[in-house]
Design a protein around this ligand. Structure first.
Ligand code: SAH
Length: 397
């Protein structure tokens, strides 16, 4: 196996199971590793520490194992079975009400650079590293073994995420399909609600599985309310709100494709067009035009405003402005469910932005709940950076 040696004293974070080796910690490489190769990591004193994918850039190795061999024939089957066992323990694999979940959440599952979402037998894989991209066929074979007959297809959707240099065209496509399986979308069940998921044309892997628990909370608070769902994508929160007895729900997203899916999802769950309004629009402009007190439950789930540290200040200002508008507009005694999925915006930053927003409106606001990503979007305790989704449930007097 190709090897790297760390600089003296730079082995501490690896010994504490942090899954990355930064380029500044590397003293020497042996065997001239190419990007995506599995390398063994040694301390300056020559002690074996871990093995992982070699990368070009500020992170040199993304660790796959601290005690095993990522090149062993059973590595993928073993690690994916462990991920599946964890989902089973979470009650996600044999639920009559939910048949979709995240099977692999990168570092959270000890597999940096890999995302696999499971949609009732269809696995959608996204490689965020060259090493994971190169391993995709082995991963696909392991998925066939761990799921057996219940697997319908494995779809690779890495073209937008695998960091290959420009010039190399990546094409998304099926790595495997069960005989006769031709669907490009299918309906999945989440907490008893049905959602069409189109993994080929949808955003990310097709559906935002990370809002499952927060949607259930919206359902609990929706009875008798007029609901506004901003940045609704395919209408996850909208369907739950209707299911929870909302009087009326308006859904807003700037993507026409997403809005077409919202209408289909609303109908699929048996709700009528009278109960629901669809608006393909900029959510911020839409909110600016909303009459005060028209809605008594507003959901604000924008895309990541900051994709890197450098964008943090502007992002916080954007969260503040958006939340100020939502708090200002919600009816007295109403709720605002507000989220940020920017990894670089931490809980405290976000709470501060929402606090400033509230203060600027002069309204009385209580925090009823602090919201998170669900268990299947696991956070590795040695890699707290894996925490990205945060939210607040506000009650506005
Ligand atoms: N709440 C959704 C996920 C939201 S993802 C769910 O539960 O599934 C963010 C969404 O914001 C995407 O659907 C994207 O199309 C939309 N979006 C991005 N910028 C927007 C804007 N300025 N106005 C409205 N929608 C926007």
């Amino acid at each position: 196996m190709k090897k790297i040696y760390l600089k003296k004293g730079r082995d501490e974070s690896v010994r504490r199971f942090h899954p990355w080796v930064f380029s500044g910690a590397v003293a020497q490489t042996v065997g001239n590793p190419a990007e995506g190769d599995v390398v063994a990591v040694y301390s300056a004193e020559g002690e074996y520490l871990a093995s992982g994918h070699w990368q070009i850039g500020s992170i040199s190795v993304r660790i796959l194992s601290f005690d095993g061999d990522p090149l062993s024939p059973t590595f993928w089957e073993d690690t994916l079975s462990a991920a599946l066992a964890a989902r089973k323990a979470m009650g996600l694999t044999d639920s009559a009400k939910t048949n979709c979940y995240r099977l692999v959440h990168g570092e959270g599952d000890g597999l940096p650079g890999l995302i696999i979402d499971y949609y009732d037998g269809v696995c959608v894989l996204q490689a965020h590293s060259v090493g994971m991209f190169r391993a995709k066929n082995q991963i696909c074979e392991a998925l066939q073994k761990i799921y057996g007959e219940s697997l319908k297809a494995v779809y690779d959707k890495s073209s937008g995420t695998a960091p290959f240099k420009a010039g190399l065209e990546l094409v998304d496509g099926y790595l495997w399909q069960a005989p006769g399986f031709e669907a490009k979308e299918q309906a999945v069940l989440e907490n008893g609600h049905q959602f069409l998921v189109n993994w080929t044309e949808g955003q990310k892997t097709g559906f935002f599985l990370d809002q499952r628990e927060n949607r259930a909370l919206v359902e609990r608070y929706a009875r008798g309310r007029n609901v506004l769902n901003l940045f609704c994508y395919t209408g996850g929160f909208s369907v739950y709100a209707l299911g929870g007895g909302a009087v009326h729900v308006d859904s807003v997203d700037s993507s026409a494709k997403a809005m077409a899916m919202v209408d289909r999802n609303v109908a699929l769950n048996g709700f009528t067009p009278e109960q629901h309004g669809s608006y393909c629009a900029d959510a911020i402009e839409f909110l600016a035009g909303v009459d005060e007190a028209k809605y008594d439950l507003i959901i604000v789930d924008p895309p990541a405003f900051a994709k890197h540290r450098g964008a943090l200040r502007n992002a916080l200002r954007a969260y503040q402005r958006l939340n100020a508008r939502a708090i200002e507009k919600v009816a007295p005694g109403g709720f605002v469910f507000t989220f940020s999925c920017s990894q670089v915006v931490d809980k405290e930053d976000f709470a501060l932005a929402v606090f400033s927003a509230a203060a600027s409106t002069g309204r009385r606001v209580r925090i009823l709940d602090r919201l998170n990503q669900p268990a299947d979007h696991a956070v590795n305790i040695y890699h707290p950076e894996g925490e990205y989704l945060k939210g607040l449930l506000l009650y506005v007097e």
